[in-house]
Design a protein around this ligand. Structure first.
Ligand code: PBG
Length: 324
């Protein structure tokens, strides 16, 4: 009798499909990235990311409380300062908007929700690069590391449970670990953006943080052509003490995510970035795809490829539709 094998048997009812599902998405797997802007009276919509805003300090607190209530795995803060300068000094200032936001979010959620901080200078510099510039205009790796070290300590002091260096400077994880330990923050964890690609999918994020960047980040972020290099970056970050590693963006880099997950002894995160959000939002707005199904399908795919943790701007909304 043909066919002898009938895989369809296990798909016949919703309950059977649930029984045999290999991958699931729970609120605890999701981390919500949020933007907090200095000097705003009201939340400011980001036009290329419908539904996402630059928060005021007040609405940031509310968003954090909602994230905690939804059972999310964490919240990741990005700061949008009113002023920029060559060294991004607002990043290390305890009264800088990101550190103020971290302090207030931590006050709001305590230990119920892991509070994470983007550790990078691009939001704070007047040239928009992720580090400081040398005399010849190139991004000065080692000088930047010293600022990252101070920034991470300031973030830990403000209450971050996790710092997340995203600037792709060589040695950033090791230098930050050393600084945190020396400042009595041995328990502050590092989520390393290990494989961060120079991607067009960050486009809407640049609006979200009022980016000052002209040019690109190809001298420090990875070439989308390279997969092996991601393993090298992740291996270095693990050796330098990363507590978690990340691949970014997510959907175009699922092969990279899979191979990093295969070698990592620590949890692996993936970041569904602003352009992925914008693309799905735009198609759904036109009625070309089913918004809610697409959101869950993409995040299921990212989990299936090997992500323990998914950063997504839909985290709170999606959590409301998921089993705890
Ligand atoms: C850099 C940073 C970027 C994103 C997160 N951290 C932008 C960049 O590298 O240009 C992008 C996130 C997104 O697009 O959602 N601090």
């Amino acid at each position: 009798m043909f066919p002898t094998d009938r895989p369809r048997r296990l798909r016949t009812t919703p309950a059977l499909r649930r029984l045999v599902a290999e991958t699931d998405v729970r609120p605890r797997h999701l981390v919500l990235p949020v933007f907090v802007a200095e000097g705003l009276d009201a939340p400011k919509p980001i036009s290329s990311m419908p539904g996402v805003v630059q928060h005021t300090r007040e609405t940031l607190r509310k968003a954090a409380a909602e994230a905690a209530g939804a059972g999310l795995g964490g919240i990741m803060l990005f700061g949008v300062p009113a002023r920029h300068d060559a060294t991004g000094s607002g990043a290390v200032d305890p009264d800088g908007i990101l550190n103020v936001g971290l302090r207030e979010v931590r006050e709001e959620v305590g230990d119920a929700l892991p509070v994470m901080a983007d550790t990078c200078l691009d939001e704070f510099t007047d040239h928009g690069h992720c580090g400081v510039l040398a005399a010849d205009g190139s991004v000065d790796n080692d000088a930047t590391l010293e600022i990252y070290a101070d920034m991470a300590v300031a973030q830990a002091e403000a209450g971050a449970h996790v710092v997340a260096p995203s600037g792709m400077m060589d040695g950033q994880v090791g230098r930050i670990r050393e600084a945190l330990d020396a400042a009595a923050h041995a328990d502050t964890a590092i989520l390393a953006y290990s494989a961060k690609y120079a991607s067009a999918f960050y486009g809407p994020f640049r609006e979200a943080v009022d980016s000052q960047l002209k040019g690109d980040r190809r001298t420090y972020q990875q070439d989308p052509a390279n997969a092996r290099e991601a393993l090298r970056e992740a291996t270095l970050d693990l050796a330098e003490g990363a507590d978690m590693v990340m691949v970014k963006p997510a959907m175009g880099y699922l092969d990279v995510l899979r191979s990093v997950a295969e070698v990592s002894e620590v949890p692996v995160a993936a970041y569904q970035v602003s352009g992925e959000y914008a693309m799905i939002s735009a198609a759904a707005e036109r009625g070309w795809i089913d918004r809610e199904r697409t959101i869950l399908e993409t995040i299921t795919g990212i989990r299936r490829a090997g992500a323990d943790i998914v950063l997504t701007y839909w985290a709170t909304e999606l959590a409301g539709r998921l089993d705890r």
